[in-house]
Design a protein. Structure first.
Length: 431
C-alpha cells in the first residue's frame, strides 16, 4: 500500500482539514504530522492548544495510520524518516512564506521520486469565521497576557519590535520573512516611551501622561494578537505605579519594564550627557514589591531595568542591583548599555547567569547592534527588544518625501518612491 503524509498546523479541525484527509486516504495509508508549538509560532500564529492537545485532536480522526510530530516547518527531516510516496498539501501557496515551503517539499520529494498532491484550499464563510474566532481569542486579555511567559519557555529568544500605533502594530504582527531555510516573524511588541513620545512630538521625559500611553496600547491591541511589553519609564510614584500595574494587567499587557531612575527621567541614550538620578536600591525594591502585590494574575511580569552601565556606575553596582531587584520580586532584569560594542552587556549577562540560570534577561541592542540574537541567547538573554528602528526608518523617508514635493511643487517626482495605498491597506483587516 502507498504511503501518504500531510502536516497539520492547526488548533481546530474543520471541513478543509477533513477534505485533505479524505483525499489523502484515497492515495494510501495516511500519516499526519503535527507541527510543534515553537514552529507554529514562527510560521503561523500562536497555538491556542499545546502540541499534546493537538496530537490528541488529530488522533481522534478516523482512518489515520499514525500521528507523528513534525519539528521543523521545512520537510527535510520528516521526509527523510518517512519517505512517503505522496505528500498532500492545501493549495494555499500564496499565503506568506508558503512558496518557500512548496519549493522545499518539491525538492525533498525529488530525491526519491515522491509526489506532491495539491488539494484546492477550502476557504468558505464557515472556515473564515473559525479563522477569525481563533485570531480574536489570541487578542483577548486573558490569552494575550500569559503568552509572554509561554514564549520564554518555547523560543531561544523572544524577538520584540517597537510599535507606537495601529499601523506599526500591524507591521509587527504581519511581517514574515522566508529565506529558504526557515520562516520567521516577531514574537512580541514593545511600547517604547521614546517612540510613543516622539510620535507626539514630545520629549521622552515622562511627559506623555499614562492615559495617553494606555490609549496607544489600546490602538495596538485593537489590530494585533502578539504579546505586549510596556515601557513604564520609572514607574512614577509607587502609589501611582500600583494603579498602572492593574490597568496594564486588565488590558492584557504581558509585562512592564521600569527603570531604576528617579526625578526627571531622560532617555538612556543620552547617558551622562544629561543630568539623571538613579533611585536607591531600597526605594526601587519597594516599588517592585508594591507592584507585585498589586497584580492579580500570575501571568503579568514586572521587569526591573538597571541603569548603572548607562550612568557609568560600574558592573558591580549593576549586578548588586540585579540580584536585589530579583529578590524584591522582579520577574526579569533588563540591562541597558549605550556602548557601541556589546562587551559590557555580555559581561553582565555571563556574571548574572553564573548564579542565576532562570530569571529572564532583557536587552535593547540599539547601540551595540552588531551582536546577533543567537549570540545574545548563548549569553543567557531571553528577550531582545528592537526599540526604535521602525520610527528611525519612517522619519527620513517622510522627510525626504516632504522635501521633494516642496522642491518640485508637485508630487510626481516622489511617487516612484512611495508605496501605493492599495498595498498599504492590504494590511488592514476588515470585519
Ligand atoms: C525606549 O524605547 O523608550 C527605551 C529604550 O526606554 S532606550 O530608548 O534605549 O532607553
Ligand atoms: Mg523608554
Amino acid at each position: 500500500m502507498s504511503t501518504v503524509y500531510t502536516c497539520f498546523c492547526t488548533d481546530i479541525i474543520h471541513e478543509g482539514h477533513q477534505n485533505i484527509i479524505h483525499e489523502a486516504q484515497k492515495l494510501g495509508a495516511v500519516t499526519v504530522g503535527v507541527l510543534t508549538d515553537s514552529e507554529m509560532i514562527r510560521y503561523n500564529r500562536f497555538p491556542t492548544k499545546s502540541t499534546e492537545e493537538r496530537i490528541k485532536m488529530v488522533e481522534a480522526l478516523d482512518g489515520i495510520a499514525q500521528v507523528v510530530i513534525q519539528d521543523t516547518i521545512m520537510y527535510n527531516h520528516i521526509v527523510k524518516n518517512l519517505r512517503p510516496d505522496y505528500i498532500v498539501h492545501g493549495s494555499n501557496w500564496d499565503d506568506p512564506g508558503m512558496n518557500v515551503i512548496k519549493d522545499n517539499i518539491v525538492s525533498c520529494l525529488k530525491e526519491y521520486g515522491g509526489k506532491l498532491i495539491e488539494i484546492p484550499y477550502t476557504y468558505n464563510p464557515t472556515i473564515q469565521k473559525i479563522d477569525k474566532q481563533m485570531n480574536e481569542k489570541l487578542a483577548m486579555p486573558e490569552f494575550r497576557r500569559k503568552r509572554l511567559r509561554k514564549l520564554l519557555n518555547l523560543v531561544p529568544i523572544v524577538k520584540t519590535l517597537e510599535v507606537h500605533s495601529g499601523l506599526t502594530g500591524l507591521i509587527a504582527e504581519k511581517t514574515i520573512v522566508a529565506d529558504g531555510e526557515a520562516i520567521d516573524q516577531f514574537d512580541a511588541m514593545w511600547i517604547s516611551s521614546l517612540c510613543d513620545s516622539t510620535d507626539r512630538g514630545k520629549p521622552d521625559i515622562e511627559l506623555v501622561d499614562m492615559t495617553s500611553r494606555l490609549r496607544t496600547i489600546n490602538d495596538v491591541m485593537e489590530v494585533t494578537t502578539k504579546p505586549i511589553i510596556f515601557d513604564g519609564d520609572t514607574g512614577g510614584l509607587t502609589e501611582h505605579f500600583v494603579y498602572t500595574v492593574r490597568s496594564l494587567e486588565r488590558m492584557g499587557v504581558s509585562a512592564v519594564i521600569i527603570e531604576d531612575k528617579k526625578g526627571l527621567k531622560k532617555n538612556s541614550l543620552f547617558g551622562i550627557e544629561v543630568e539623571q538620578t538613579q533611585d536607591d536600591i531600597e526605594n526601587f525594591s519597594l516599588k517592585i514589591k508594591a507592584g507585585k502585590q498589586a497584580q492579580l494574575s500570575d501571568d503579568f511580569m514586572i521587569i526591573a531595568r538597571i541603569e548603572s552601565l548607562i550612568l557609568e556606575r560600574g558592573m558591580d553596582d549593576a549586578l548588586t542591583r540585579a540580584f536585589a531587584f530579583r529578590d524584591a520580586g522582579a520577574d526579569g532584569i533588563m540591562i541597558h548599555s549605550r556602548r557601541k560594542e556589546p562587551f559590557e552587556i555580555i559581561e553582565f549577562c555571563d556574571k548574572f547567569r553564573q548564579s542565576d540560570q532562570y530569571t529572564p534577561l532583557v536587552v535593547v541592542p540599539t547601540s551595540f547592534n552588531s551582536i546577533t540574537e543567537k549570540e545574545l541567547a548563548e549569553h543567557g538573554v531571553n528577550i531582545v527588544i528592537y526599540a526604535n528602528q521602525l520610527m528611525r526608518a519612517a522619519v527620513p523617508a517622510m522627510k525626504s518625501a516632504a522635501e521633494e514635493i516642496l522642491k518640485y511643487h508637485r508630487a510626481k517626482e516622489v511617487d516612484s518612491k512611495l508605496m501605493p495605498f492599495k498595498e498599504i491597506i492590504t494590511m488592514i483587516d476588515e470585519l
